[in-house]
Design a protein around this ligand. Structure first.
Ligand code: SAH
Length: 460
């Protein structure tokens, strides 16, 4: 992190703005909104700016900046078009340890102004640390459009009940569960539609009958193939609600970063057969955590029901009568195919697609080979990298032409995605020259040819 976002309480604090133009005016507006007492220094000051400062109870000095202007200031903003003067103000502030912001010169700033979404008391600051303020502002636009204006009212109303809730639920996790339950129930809508009294009554009743301890549940969530943008809204919501995240090797770091910060994280998976925790252990763990009253997010790569053993996990939950939800995810086949420019079906090349596992049973792949060599069918092999040699032999032996195109996609959809293409005849040698990191998906079929045509924009 380049800087740490902190809230600066400026009410009734003295702030100096050096500069009298449009840019200074924008900073003055923000400072005034935060309740600061602004002193503005500049030889020439826009009339509207002068009036704004005066109306807010601040003062305007129409002259050049002097170093004494820094005396007793809590925060200083340099917003002139004179780079030397800006640098001088910055230097002087840094010497005196006064936080300083120089507009459009990140290197001269000790504090920066983020783009703000104001739903007071809720405030969202978005900063690119000066790298691209335009991008930060665009992002603000997006956030503005997804957070209803009434969020501020909702937050204020919740604030009214804070002390009462603390009394009713001294335990922090119980209290959090209470608020989450409330926020997912009908109450917020009452506020949004202007029925704040109903919302208050609703909260009062809920606090008067705190009920029993919330029961635990398990969310079996598909996290997609790697790119966090491929998560579903539901996945993200549950990831941010869960008390515990149980995840394995396929779940990428950027996705874990989106889970609730203070959730407990339990890692249960390693490469292939070398499971950090065996499957039975995972099943039992999910049951135990839920029985302790926790909301457990079992985060799995891709889709939980495609080579994910999701079925086994929920079987055990069902037996133990633990409530669960399954959230589908984008499976590796869809993600890799899309990001590599290979349509899995195509009117002219493939009318069906089969997902098979290359996982070895007693050292040999155990697959219905006759069915896999049909023409006009795309084969997608999960977990196929180590068994590529024997799989290729079987496919050839059962009549698939040696010229059949093959693509191998490593770490699909992530920034490290690599794609190697070849044919059944040469793919094994090609791979020998360029080993691919796991996870790797293999696509076999005529559709692979379309990559040349469709992937003109890609860099890999
Ligand atoms: N449930 C997962 C699959 C788990 S099996 C899903 O629906 O995608 C693990 C196999 O999935 C890996 O061996 C690999 O073949 C494939 N895989 C998963 N993520 C991948 C990725 N990002 N890139 C390439 N292959 C991937």
């Amino acid at each position: 992190m380049e800087t740490l976002p902190l809230g600066f309480r400026l009410k009734d604090q003295s702030c100096l703005v050096v500069g009298g133009g449009e840019i200074a005016a924008r900073k003055v507006s923000l400072l005034v909104r935060a309740g600061a007492r602004v002193t503005l220094v500049a030889p020439e000051v826009l009339t509207s700016l002068r009036e704004q400062v005066k109306a807010s109870g601040g003062n305007v000095q129409e002259r050049r900046y002097l170093s004494e202007d820094l005396d007793h200031q809590t925060l200083v903003v340099a917003a002139t078009d004179d780079q030397e003067l800006n640098a001088e103000v910055s230097r002087a502030c840094q010497q005196r340890r006064i936080p300083v912001n120089v507009v459009d010169s990140p290197a001269l700033c000790t504090v920066i102004f983020p783009a703000i979404v104001d739903r007071s008391p809720i405030l969202i600051g978005i900063s690119s640390n000066g790298v691209s303020p335009v991008l930060a502002r665009m992002l603000r636009g997006k956030i503005e459009s997804t957070i209803p204006a009434a969020y501020g009212r909702l937050a204020s109303l919740l604030g009214e009940f804070r002390a009462q809730a603390k009394q009713a639920f001294p335990d922090t996790s119980a209290r959090r569960a209470f608020w989450e339950e409330q926020l997912q129930g009908p109450m917020p809508d009452m506020v949004f539609s202007g029925r704040e009294q109903d919302a208050r009554r609703h909260l009062q009743q809920a606090l008067a009958n705190p009920g029993q301890k919330p029961s635990g549940e398990v969310y079996l969530v598909g996290a997609g193939p790697g790119d966090p943008d491929l998560l579903t809204f539901k996945a993200l919501r549950l990831m941010q609600q869960a008390d515990v995240i149980v995840y394995d090797r396929l779940v990428s770091e950027p996705i874990l970063d989106l889970c609730r910060r203070d959730a407990e994280r339990i890692y249960v998976g390693k490469a292939r057969a070398d499971h950090a925790v065996p499957q039975e252990g995972i099943n039992a763990l999910l049951v135990r955590l839920a029985q302790e009253g926790k909301r457990v997010c079992r985060l799995k790569g891709g889709d939980p029901f495609i080579f994910g053993r999701g079925g086994e996990e929920i079987e055990e939950l069902a037996e133990a009568r633990i409530p669960f939800q399954v959230v589908p995810g984008i499976t590796a086949a869809s993600g890799c195919a899309a990001y590599a420019g290979i349509p899995l079906t195509h009117r002219n090349y493939a009318q069906s697609v089969r997902f098979v596992t290359g996982h070895l049973k007693d050292g040999t792949p155990d697959l219905p080979w006759e069915e896999l060599v049909h023409p006009n069918q795309t084969l997608v092999l999960y977990m196929g990298l180590i068994s590529l040699g024997p799989i290729r032999e079987q496919l050839l032996a059962h009549g698939l032409p040696a010229a059949t195109p093959v693509a191998m996609i490593s770490k699909g959809t992530t920034a490290q995605q690599q794609v190697i293409t070849g044919t059944l005849a040469d793919i094994v040698e090609k791979l020998a020259g360029q080993p691919l990191p796991a996870p790797t998906l293999i696509i076999v079929g005529e559709v692979v040819k379309l990559r040349e045509q469709l992937n003109w924009f890609s860099h890999d």
